[in-house]
Design a protein around this ligand. Sequence first.
Ligand code: AMP
Length: 399
Amino acid sequence: MGFHTLDDVEVRSRRVLLRVDLNVPITDGKITDLTRIKRVAPTIEELSCKGARVILLAHFGRPKGRISSENSLKKIVREMEKILNCSVHFSEDCIGDKVQTAVAMMRDGDILLLENTRFYAEEEKNDPEFAKALAVNGDIYVNDAFSAAHRAHASTEGLARLLPAYAGRSMQAELESLENGLGCPIHPLIAIVGGAKVSTKIELLNSLIDKVDTLVIGGGMANTFLAAQGLNVGKSLCEYDLVNTAQAIMIKAKSEDCTLVLPVDAVIASHFRENVPYHCHAIDSIPVDGMILDIGSKSIECINKMIDKAATLVWNGPLGAFELRPFDLGTVQVAKRVSERTKAGRLISIAGGGDTVAALNHAGVAGDFTYLSMAGGAFLEWMEGKSLPGVRILENKRL
Ligand code: AMP
């Protein structure tokens, strides 16, 4: 790979500044999903077992440069201790004298979590002085937070300029999996893109057309493409101002020899609500007062046939309003086929993005995919073919 990993460095007795993603969801003060902590646990454990002094850097929420108890990482400590099965010390700041004292007291194998880096506005500005204040506490920098790598912040990019820099195990796994997805994939390569709007995914669609053999477009965003073909989409979510953009994407797909797959039928209801009456209609006979909330059974069949022919699949965005039953069916049925093909060893499947993870969890198949990225923005930017600053700096360090 184009970056150094933990295999390339001796860490015993060295102070390792480890950037992790601990931005777990919290509802009513309770952590509702521990996946992010679990993902970085192997790197923390490996470093600690090898005798490093592990100093954790992370952000939490969007405090925008202000200290707030709501965004304190202190509330994560107990859960981390349970997952790591050892003590995690906590420092109420991420720079300054207190931190330096706490670091000086660390023994080999100790783990110290520093307070939210975003309590300083300088973090998001990638301020060099702030990066230096972070760097004084470490001998080595390890980045294990792919999900924050699309931002050039002090703890994700600036620090790597100042210290020897390495990818942690979770970052390594993410980059290796993504390389298999779009970097140098096995063809035929299929992409599924769904979700609400075309406007948020124009760059994504244009970039995918250059790379994939088949591009499936579903979800609300497919409606704009249907309208661009002159079809009536009734009361459905549709960005009529982007009809020309959709047409340009369709023309590009044709010239790039990329097969574009749009729904051939749809599940229609009169309201965006759970358990409302619904009917399946062919795509050229959508009622004027109808709303497309999911792909229909013929579309599911067609997409699943395409999946059967593919060797690699990348997926972002649900194919329907999956939060509302029964409009989850299209996403669930297609997700199940991906799961079956992956388990049979016939498909490399990579999915990511917030709603996609939720949709695949809902389908009960999230664990069956070859790789499921927890990163939202970073995953999308990677799918768009962009170079992420936090990854780029690790690669530059390798040169
Ligand atoms: P995104 O964040 O762009 O991936 O969009 C995800 C959202 O798209 C989910 O909340 C879905 O409910 C919504 N969505 C998917 N298909 C439709 C549809 N046909 N009509 C309205 N919303 C949809």
